[in-house]
Design a protein around this ligand. Structure first.
Ligand SMILES: Nc1ncnc2c1ncn2[C@@H]1O[C@H](COP(=O)(O)OP(=O)(O)OP(=O)(O)O)[C@@H](O)[C@H]1O
Ligand SMILES: [Mg+2]
Length: 265
């Protein structure tokens, strides 16, 4: 495998998380580099979401550590990790359903960049900053111009998902975490999300968990497979999918029978 010289943004070392007797994440070593677009797949219950929750700080690992640019952040809260610009998960972005799309974006922008109280923002700054360049750009990138003045409660699921991701992106985190961004969306809406994600490749590191793996195939630079809490393969997309352990555990292909069959007589 070639050596990737890009800076390591996040490094998980021997990270373990147990729920009672169940080891949901089992001594996982993982690193994500600058501008890398990486995917994680794995069957239901493999530990993907738990691993995300360890990265975002929702869980503290029972063992192991998480480093951000070499600094130990294992015990930092999610808010502290967001505040240092480490990462943002689109599931963490709560929208205000009675406010318009553009005002949600303005709030997200200011919560990330300035320390004003929310109420102060709602009443005083939204109006002034609706034309802020960053907001206009993000409306365009995420194809939200047509619904910019619509209240969030009137958006389609696809539009709302685009807004959630846009709000996470506005915080300009080093890493954008997407746990099943396509879940629950119709094919027509999926295309819209993929278009905006594709436009975002190269602007920050993106880590994406997705069951609909073929949808993200063209822009993933790396693929990791989890199974029963462990990483069983990690590397380029094709190479990972062909890995014997992935074929056995993830695709449930009976390799011995196959080998026996091809060996023939
Ligand atoms: N809060 C919790 N309390 C107890 N057990 C949990 C908790 N969260 C997850 N688990 C268990 O940990 C294991 C890993 O779950 P996790 O949600 O991380 O899997 P996943 O890979 O995200 O699965 P899916 O593809 O279904 O989203 C599962 O066996 C799950 O039942
Ligand atoms: Mg999950």
């Amino acid at each position: 495998m070639s050596t990737d010289l890009r800076t390591e943004i996040i490094k998980a070392e021997g990270v373990t998380k147990r729920f009672g007797g169940l080891v949901a994440v089992d001594r996982v070593d993982y690193s994500l580099r600058e501008y890398e677009v990486a995917g994680i797949i794995g069957s239901n219950g493999a530990g993907k979401t738990t691993f995300f929750n360890l990265l975002t700080g929702y869980y503290v690992p029972d063992a192991g550590s998480i480093l951000y640019k070499g600094n130990d952040v294992t015990r930092m809260t999610p808010q502290e990790r967001v505040a240092i610009g480490m990462m943002r998960s689109f599931q963490l972005t709560s929208t205000f359903d009675n406010l318009s799309v553009v005002d949600n974006l303005v709030l997200s922008f200011f919560r990330a960049h300035r320390r004003s109280t929310l109420m102060h923002l709602v009443f005083n700054t939204c109006k002034r900053f609706r034309q802020e360049e960053k907001i206009l750009t993000i409306l365009e990138t995420f194809d939200l111009q047509d619904v910019r003045d619509r209240e969030v409660k009137h958006l389609s699921l696809g539009e709302k998902r685009r807004l959630e991701i846009a709000m996470a992106v506005l915080a300009e985190p080093e890493v954008l975490l997407l746990d099943e961004p396509l879940a629950g969306l119709a094919e027509s809406e999926i295309k819209g999300i993929l278009d905006v994600l594709r436009r975002h490749v190269g602007k920050q590191s993106i880590l994406i968990v997705e069951h609909k793996i073929s949808h993200v195939e063209d822009f993933l630079q790396r693929l990791t497979v989890m199974h029963e809490g462990r990483i069983i393969a990690d590397g380029g997309y094709e190479e990972t999918l062909r890995h014997p352990e992935v074929r056995r555990s993830y695709w449930q292909i009976d390799i011995e029978a196959e080998a026996g069959g091809s060996a023939g007589s």
